[in-house]
Write a protein that binds this ligand. Structure first.
Ligand SMILES: Nc1ncnc2c1ncn2[C@@H]1O[C@H](COP(=O)(O)OP(=O)(O)O)[C@@H](O)[C@H]1O
Ligand SMILES: [Mg+2]
Length: 179
């Protein structure tokens, strides 16, 4: 896995600071969780690292490669950052079956049919979805849909994996969901 470095990263929506001056270094091989109350900027930070959102200040490096610099406008789009991302809502495509959802990142990269089939088969085996290739997402359980999203994030062997999952906190008398 690649390292990530954020240098003074901010994101302002109008007058509102969604992310304010975040600096953080995550080393290659580390597994890091962002924890904080709903609305504190976790999703926006992930989206900036992935490239779906442009920071309004600061710089982002992935493996020492500058992928975003607010000052100069330098910006590498998501598909050229070699990352995989699982969205909180999974964001699997409802009109595409399991195979097509998982194969998509390889299609974009113009992988050969043979390589594509082999890699999809391997990653479906990894997430225990072998045999469900022809199902549509609405024919799957929530957990199976989540594993389709995970397989899609892993299939192109990304250098960096971003997982947006809602942690579940149990307090004494009620369950609270944050994220
Ligand atoms: N596109 C947007 N326009 C305006 N405000 C936004 C936008 N996206 C997020 N926000 C605000 O930015 C803050 C951080 O949002 P977010 O990163 O989604 O929080 P978290 O994932 O930690 O719950 C929230 O207050 C949210 O309402
Ligand atoms: Mg969030």
């Amino acid at each position: 896995m690649a390292g990530v470095r954020l240098e003074g990263v901010s994101k302002r929506f109008g007058q509102f600071d969604a992310v304010a001056n975040v600096s953080e270094t995550i080393r290659d091989g580390e597994f890091v969780s962002l924890l904080g109350p709903s609305g504190c900027g976790k999703t926006t930070t992930l989206r900036i690292i992935a490239g779906f959102e442009k920071a309004t200040a600061g710089r982002v490096f992935i493996d020492d490669r500058l992928v975003s610099c607010a000052q100069t406008g330098a910006y590498v789009p998501p598909e050229r950052r070699n990352i995989g991302m699982v969205f909180q809502s999974y964001a699997v495509w409802p009109h595409m079956n399991v195979f097509a959802n998982v194969a998509y990142p390889l299609k974009v990269r113009r992988a050969s049919k043979r390589e594509l089939a082999a890699k999809v088969e391997r990653v479906l085996d990894l997430v225990h979805l072998t045999g469900l290739e022809n199902r549509l997402p609405n024919q799957l359980s929530g957990g199976q849909q989540q594993r389709v999203a995970l397989a899609r994030a892993l299939v192109a062997e990304p250098a960096l994996l971003l997982l947006e999952v809602a942690p579940l906190f149990w307090t004494r008398d009620r369950a609270r969901i944050s994220g």
